[in-house]
Write a protein that binds this ligand. Structure first.
Ligand SMILES: Cc1cc2nc3c(=O)[nH]c(=O)nc-3n(C[C@H](O)[C@H](O)[C@H](O)COP(=O)(O)OP(=O)(O)OC[C@H]3O[C@@H](n4cnc5c(N)ncnc54)[C@H](O)[C@@H]3O)c2cc1C
Length: 371
């Protein structure tokens, strides 16, 4: 065997594993079917701006070990996610906080805001919510539901809130403070120089073959290594023999605009039902509109995001955590556990929604067990 490990996928899971394996003195080959490294955190430079090609990625964690680990490979800026909601031209601060309530009702103190929410909840008179609409109204009242939840949720799910089950929304965090920092995380930011550079640093000195689909060349590639770390879709590995796991998908429309500032914020959510996109990302604001030398950038790049139904062959984004898919995954997991030479990891290998910090933590745990 030429290598100790063949790592399939150069996303965060694969890159962390490959890095740690090399550090332990193992020989590693990484393959990825895409033309680039970094999986879904891939960023590409356009007009001096690091464009998040597979959706906006904001690093946030409370896990000190993960933070100390990842900051070896990138310096992070101080970006804090504070999205804005646009409801038919009215702008609101997110997540729901005192700025939101002041704009919505003119209330000034936390007591006034609390009383207003309570009044609306009482008015609705819902005791046992039968669907998502009733659940949301019973949690935050009708105004917030109508302006900030309804349209966005309906676009995300492609269905009426009345036809969605109540359990989708368990809680709706309401902040009675002027705090619009979306993530309650101790550590957050965006890697200076982009995520691709951070992953390239993880993969430094490791052989990487791009445009290489493992499943198309499985026999030849398997012959090269003692063990395989597979971070692609688990059902694809088994040639979908038990059926296809479903995902929810997102479609991005990205354009470069010949102006320095389109919306003044990294993320603006369109919370009405009529606007077809769910949100617009303006990538330069993840880095405060500056290039690496601190110069202002004359142009801007925006991505409109549309929720879309996933069909086999589309890019898989979010696993569907329902009973049917959970049961199918459990069957695939049994097959995976029976493979002695292969470790399945990452969001596709484990059919699990992982934030970046969680996928890094999971890869590090695997390294501890394996290496
Ligand atoms: C739209 C969106 C937004 C997100 N935003 C955030 C955020 O703001 N903050 C956050 O913490 N997390 C976010 N995440 C989660 C984050 O993307 C994941 O945690 C991370 O990308 C998972 O890394 P991974 O290595 O498991 O998978 P991936 O990044 O998907 O890597 C898997 C790799 O395997 C390759 N591969 C698959 N099959 C094969 C094959 N047959 N042969 C060769 N290569 C193969 C793929 O090409 C890919 O490069 C977001 C996710 C999505 C979908």
């Amino acid at each position: 065997m030429k290598y100790d490990y063949l790592v399939v996928g150069s996303g965060l899971y694969g890159a962390v594993f490959a890095h740690e394996a090399k550090k332990s003195g193992k020989s590693v080959l990484v393959v990825d079917k895409r033309p680039n490294i970094a999986g879904n955190v891939y960023t590409e430079k356009t007009e001096g701006i690091h464009v998040h090609k597979y959706g906006a990625h904001i690093f946030h964690t409370n896990n000190k070990k993960v933070w100390e680990y990842i900051t070896q490979f990138a310096e992070f800026n101080r970006f804090t996610n504070s999205p804005v909601a646009n409801y038919r031209g009215e702008l609101y601060s997110l997540p729901f906080n005192m700025y939101t309530f002041n704009k919505m009702w003119g209330v000034v103190t936390p007591e006034e805001a609390e009383a207003k929410i309570e009044e609306q909840r009482k008015e609705a008179g819902i005791t046992t919510p039968k669907n998502l609409e009733e659940q949301a109204i019973s949690l935050v009242g009708r105004d917030i539901y109508e302006k900030l939840i309804r349209g966005y949720t309906e676009k995300q799910w492609g269905r009426d809130c009345k036809d969605l089950p109540a359990f989708i929304i368990k809680r709706l965090p309401v902040r009675l403070t002027f705090d619009n920092n979306y993530f309650n995380a101790l550590y957050q930011g965006i890697p200076v120089g982009g995520y691709t550079k951070m992953v390239a640093n993880l993969l430094d000195g490791i052989e990487v073959r791009l445009n290489t689909d493992y499943l198309e060349q499985k026999t030849e590639l398997d012959a090269l290594a003692d063990k395989v770390v597979y971070t692609g879709p688990i059902d694809a590995y088994f040639a979908y023999k038990l059926g296809t796991l479903e995902y929810r998908s997102v479609r991005f429309e990205t354009e470069t605009l010949d102006k320095p500032n389109f919306q003044g914020n990294a993320a603006v959510n369109y919370t009405d039902r009529e606007t077809p996109w769910t949100r617009i990302i303006e990538h330069k604001w993840f880095e405060f509109g500056k290039d690496e030398n601190g110069n202002d950038l004359p142009k801007t790049v925006i991505s409109r995001e549309y929720s879309s139904e996933w069909k086999p062959g589309d890019e898989p984004y979010y696993p569907v955590n329902d009973e049917k898919n959970g049961a199918l995954y459990a069957e695939y997991k049994k097959l995976a556990d029976a493979e002695t030479k292969v470790i399945f990891g990452g969001r596709l290998g484990e059919y699990k929604y992982y934030d970046m910090d969680a996928v890094i933590a999971s890869a590090l745990e695997m390294c501890e067990r394996e290496l």
